[in-house]
Design a protein around this ligand. Structure first.
Ligand SMILES: NC(=O)c1ccc[n+]([C@@H]2O[C@H](COP(=O)([O-])OP(=O)(O)OC[C@H]3O[C@@H](n4cnc5c(N)ncnc54)[C@H](OP(=O)(O)O)[C@@H]3O)[C@@H](O)[C@H]2O)c1
Length: 256
């Protein structure tokens, strides 16, 4: 991948950092934006020894159209090209049933899990259409299945998939390739809620899978939806349902 330039949006996050490290190992120039300077310096420290590629850390809020456009202009000015965008963006929360969730939580999670994706797509897809580049979104099992106590995760996962489908349809006939990579198990060493289990994904496995998809000679250029592991694999992980009573109450019983 020497000589290529990749934007890993969410590169300071769990999945994004796994992808960034493999791209660096394969010689790519990697741009990793984050809203947080401290997360950027932690990422820099972690990936410092990786190479032969180059890592560029940039502070940017990708839900903000002006900041995303400045980042695009900076990348093109400094590097003269952009070959791929990996959108590994979002916030995971699993806290409340629909009838217990407050409106502010819903608004925040829907915004956090969809709006940066919309802004990144509208800003960078035209560049990739010109360069014959690859656009990849990351997703989780919540995009495939209704996850209890996490309605915004499943709703935005389904919405993100449709955003990508619309993007691919609008850019049909151009040189851009679009793919969603759905990770159907947690990444080892990066999952803090549960003890690691056999079959979970390794950081290298995630990085190699996505880096292979970016290769111009990749074998399945027309497959929009890709899964790691495959959906019928015994490695697919189903998060246990929290042990909370499911009690159905009417509005009247709740005193409303
Ligand atoms: N981790 C896993 O084990 C796992 C398993 C299955 C699927 N996945 C999928 O992988 C994807 C990423 O998840 P993750 O676990 O890596 O999450 P994460 O660690 O929370 O990382 C998400 C990243 O998104 C970035 N982000 C969010 N909003 C942003 C904005 N407005 N501007 C700039 N950056 C923004 C965050 O950057 P900041 O630094 O600015 O906060 C953060 O680095 C999701 O689609 C998830 O479903 C992950």
């Amino acid at each position: 991948m020497k000589g290529t330039v990749a934007l890993v949006a969410g590169g300071a996050g769990h999945a994004g950092s796994c992808i960034a490290q493999t791209l660096l190992d394969r010689g790519a120039t990697v741009i990793a934006p984050s809203r947080s300077l401290s997360r950027l310096s932690a990422l820099g420290a972690r990936l410092d020894a990786r190479g032969p590629g180059e890592l560029h850390l940039v502070r940017a809020d990708l839900a903000d159209t002006a900041e995303a456009e400045s980042l695009r202009d900076l990348v093109l000015e400094r590097h003269g090209r952009l070959d791929s965008v990996i959108a590994s963006l979002g916030t995971f929360e699993r806290e409340a049933r629909i009838d217990e969730m407050d409106r502010a939580t819903w608004d925040r999670l829907v915004f956090d899990n969809l709006t940066p994706h919309f802004v990144v797509a509208r800003t960078f897809a035209p560049v990739l259409a010109d360069s014959g580049g690859v656009y990849v979104t990351l997703a989780g099992i919540t995009a495939n299945e209704p996850m209890t106590f996490a309605a915004p995760m499943s709703v935005t996962g389904a919405g993100l998939r449709m955003l990508l489908r619309v993007l691919a349809a609008e850019y049909a006939g151009t040189a851009i390739r679009c793919h969603e990579v759905t990770l159907l198990a947690p990444i080892l060493d990066h999952w803090f809620g549960f003890a690691p289990q056999p079959g979970w994904l390794t950081a290298d496995e995630v990085g190699r899978f996505v880096a292979d998809v970016l290769d111009p000679g990749w074998a399945h250029p027309d497959r929009l939806l890709l899964s790691l592991p495959e959906p019928d694999s015994p490695r697919v992980w189903r998060r246990p349902t929290p042990p909370r009573p499911v009690e159905h109450r009417t509005s009247a019983a709740r005193g409303r």
